[in-house]
Design a protein around this ligand. Structure first.
Ligand code: MG
Length: 390
């Protein structure tokens, strides 16, 4: 059997009023969940997820069951939210590592949904096993953002996969290839957002004892701001039951990236890769934002011009009738005035002064005012005209 020693802690942090994180550590299973949702719903979601997932996986610890555990936890959260409408929209991340039956022994498997994390540490070096399911991290994987840009990007907290969604999503799963003495660090983003990978490697690694490591990690997250709930689990592998076969290593994230040096994982990325990443980011994100802004400005200018061109009304003669036009007399730019209403009043049935003014256009602020003016002019002419002979 693969065995470990463990230490863990959870802390509300310095800003949040409640701790919505949940954790579970047993001799064969470690889980961290980071709940979200108002009115204490985040706490309900994370604790529900941990208990439902753990119960299913304790009964049948297998790699194939990991996603079933997530599906059941997802369903439990949705059912609870339906029974308690004030919890609608609650959700949680879940990151777990556990011994699973494999071949003739047990191997360590992991599962992840959301942005809590699992790291593996060996000889003072650190490697992130899980991928965050956030918009910013998805963009890193697509080459649109660098890791450093994602760390401060406004959409780093926007999750693409989480438990509690109407449409249940699979988590990522894999087997871990571990050696005796390896450490595993599970944490909520209250730790990983505050503490760099290099600091995590330094604080979580031997020779620090497990309890000492956990305390130091929480203390560092608090010292760096403690903006969120902080949950930390550190495991140290004591015995390895079975070697994970080579083909599994090829599929597992363990072999996709090499351990980064503890002195600075970010330096491990070659400069050329950073520039390759940066270019698409400029091509897509920033240039897209620029074009959208420019497009908005141009559309805004056109709207103002159009408003000005069509905001005015005036009276003029058209086919012998007093007619209301909409637009600027003589037009404005490419906007031509158009007939809004041809009145029944004849242009010839006006007092001489009004007839002259009509030829020079009579401006009015609105269609109603223009009609009223036309009517008044006609009335003036009727009143002043001699009564026709009967
Ligand atoms: Mg959090």
């Amino acid at each position: 059997m693969t065995t470990w020693r463990a230490a863990s802690a959870t802390n509300v942090g310095l800003v949040r009023e409640a701790n919505e994180d949940a954790l579970l550590v047993t001799p064969t299973m470690a889980i961290v969940a980071d709940g979200m949702g108002g009115h204490a719903a985040g706490e309900v979601a994370s604790e529900l997820a941990v208990s439902v997932f753990a119960r299913l996986l304790v009964e049948q610890p297998s790699l194939a069951r990991l996603n079933e555990g997530l599906l059941e936890a997802n369903a439990a959260i949705l059912a609870d939210a339906q029974a308690h409408p004030d919890r609608t929209g609650m959700g949680t991340t879940l990151t777990a590592v556990m011994g699973v039956e494999y071949d003739t022994g047990t191997a360590l498997a992991w599962v992840n949904i959301g942005d809590s994390r699992l790291y593996q540490l060996r000889d003072g070096a650190i490697k992130q096993i899980t991928d965050d399911h956030s918009v910013a991290e998805e963009w890193v994987r697509q080459g649109r953002l660098s890791k450093e840009e994602a760390a401060v990007h406004p959409r780093r907290h926007q999750l693409t996969r989480v438990l509690g969604m109407e449409e249940a999503k699979d988590g990522d799963t894999g087997l871990l290839s571990v050696q005796v003495g390896d450490r595993l660090l599970l944490c909520s983003d209250g730790l990983s957002n505050e503490v760099s990978d290099a600091e995590l490697a330094e604080l979580a690694s031997a020779p620090h004892g497990l309890e000492q490591a956990v305390d130091a990690l929480v203390a560092r997250a608090l010292a760096n701001g403690g903006h969120d709930n902080i949950t930390v689990v550190v495991l140290e592998v004591e015995s390895v039951s079975i070697e994970v076969p080579e083909q599994f290593r090829a599929e597992a994230p363990l072999s996709r990236a090499s351990f980064a040096p503890a002195s600075g994982p970010s330096q491990a990325a070659p400069v050329v890769r950073r520039s390759q990443r940066r270019r698409p980011w400029w091509m897509t994100w920033r240039s897209g934002a620029f074009l959208a802004t420019l497009g908005g400005l141009v559309a805004g200018v056109f709207m103002v011009l159009s408003w000005y061109a069509h905001s005015a009304f005036y009276l003029a003669d058209y086919q012998g009738s007093v007619t209301v036009y909409q637009g600027q007399p003589h037009g404005f730019l490419w906007y031509e005035p158009k007939v809004a209403l041809q009145t029944v009043f004849k242009s010839s049935e006006l007092l001489p002064g009004d007839a002259t003014r009509l030829k020079n256009y009579i401006s009015e602020p609105s269609l109603a005012a223009a009609i009223r003016h036309a009517s008044n002019m006609h009335t003036s002419w009727v009143v002043s005209s001699p009564t026709p002979a009967q």
